[in-house]
Design a protein around this ligand. Structure first.
Ligand code: EPU
Length: 343
């Protein structure tokens, strides 16, 4: 385990924005993880430097300059079947595994549950933090347990699905237990039953067009890859962190008013009081799709994504973000909230 110094963040961020980590370590096992905490506590050199956990860097925005942290790049690997019945299989996967490698492998094993989340960038360990989701499915739907290192007491623990208090792009790892747990393994329960077409407009349309009523898992994965690629930019070509804003949850009174004024608006009811409104629609209808703010642009195929055109700085991004929030607020009286974390 080697502690590196002044490591370029751009290599660890799919947005290609950010300065340098003061210290940086690759962690490949749970032994190394507890070891680094002992070093961080006892070695005067690192004593006052906070530890920061890095996953795939695909849903996080870093500031410029030197960030005074010991960044841990979690590369704990593993894919182990721990329980099997006629109906399902429980699999324990290392937090450092690439998310889509896990999805691909599950589909090849004919196990359903994760296929709708094909080609989401990032690592397995990042999934529970923001309850990653796509096309009507969220990781909370298939997570049984999350194994963590509790840095407050230097012990490894197993949290149940309920312990994680999952919500829309939300969990205890972002809120009350922020900075306490490090995810080491995630245990998923995947089904052996026939897959169902994800109940989501784009996916339903894809299969209706193809006239495919009972698609295989492989077909569903192909559909998701096709739909995502047609809407979301590849970060290797156009650096980005996926959706930059959350879909706001608004009161139904406001939702009804918007429906009266904008006939094409798509609103998703949540309960008798609240509805979810697509931030992409708001941004597009504030005439911002494809617009550039310096080196940052609103992606022309999905207004929810911001892309880094050319070496954007952190300040460029914050300027673009604030302009978008202001323009959308002026038009709709709805305040957009950023989705990725900022460090
Ligand atoms: N829309 C527009 N204009 C746009 C983009 C979207 O009007 O430029 C409207 C669409 O017409 C559609 C609605 O917004 O009615 C929803 O759009 P879409 O299905 O593309 O999904 P989204 O709400 O933009 C969310 C997630 C994505 C996830 C997709 C598919 C959030 C913040 N984003 O996006 O997640 O892939 O649904 O399930 O919830 C991510 O988190 O990084 C991410 C990509």
């Amino acid at each position: 385990m080697e502690i590196q110094e002044y490591v370029d963040i751009k290599n660890y961020s799919t947005f290609k924005i950010g300065g340098q980590f003061r210290y940086f370590v690759v962690i490949s096992s749970i032994e190394e993880l507890s070891q680094i905490y002992v070093i961080a506590r006892e070695d005067v050199k690192y004593k006052n430097t906070p530890i920061f956990i890095l996953g795939g860097g695909s849903n996080i925005v870093f500031s410029d300059g030197v960030i005074n942290v010991v960044a841990l790049k979690i590369e704990i690997k593993g894919f182990e079947i721990i329980n099997e019945t006629d109906e399902y299989l429980d699999i324990r996967v290392g937090a450092g595994e690439n998310w889509d490698d896990f999805v691909k492998r599950s589909v090849e094993m004919n196990l359903s549950g994760v296929e709708a989340m094909s080609i989401i960038p990032g690592t397995v360990g990042a999934g529970p933090v923001q309850n990653v989701g796509a096309y009507g499915v969220e990781v909370k739907d298939i997570i049984l347990n999350v194994e963590v290192f509790d840095k407050n007491i230097n012990e490894f623990k197993i949290l149940s699905n309920l312990d994680c208090k999952f919500g829309y792009r939300d969990s205890i790892f972002k809120n009350e237990e922020k900075d306490r747990y490090i995810i080491t393994y995630v245990i998923y329960r995947l089904s052996k039953k026939e897959p169902r077409i994800p109940n989501y407009p784009d996916v339903l349309k894809y299969f209706a067009d193809k006239n495919l009523l009972n698609p295989s898992l492989e077909n569903i994965r192909e559909a998701i890859i096709f739909i995502r690629n047609s809407k979301l930019p590849d970060f290797r070509r156009l650096p980005n962190v996926g959706s930059f804003f959350k879909n706001p949850i608004i009161e139904n009174i406001l939702a009804d008013k918007l429906k009266e004024n904008y006939l094409n608006i798509k609103i998703f009811p949540i309960d008798e009081n609240y509805s979810k409104i697509p931030a992409g629609w708001l941004i597009e209808n504030a005439e911002l799709k494809g617009k550039s703010f310096g080196n940052i642009s609103v992606y022309d195929k999905s207004a929810l994504v911001l892309v880094n055109n050319n070496n954007a700085s952190f300040d460029d991004l914050i300027y673009a973000k604030n302009e978008i929030i202001k323009i959308v607020f002026d038009k709709f009286k709805i305040t957009l909230e950023q989705e990725p974390e900022i460090v």
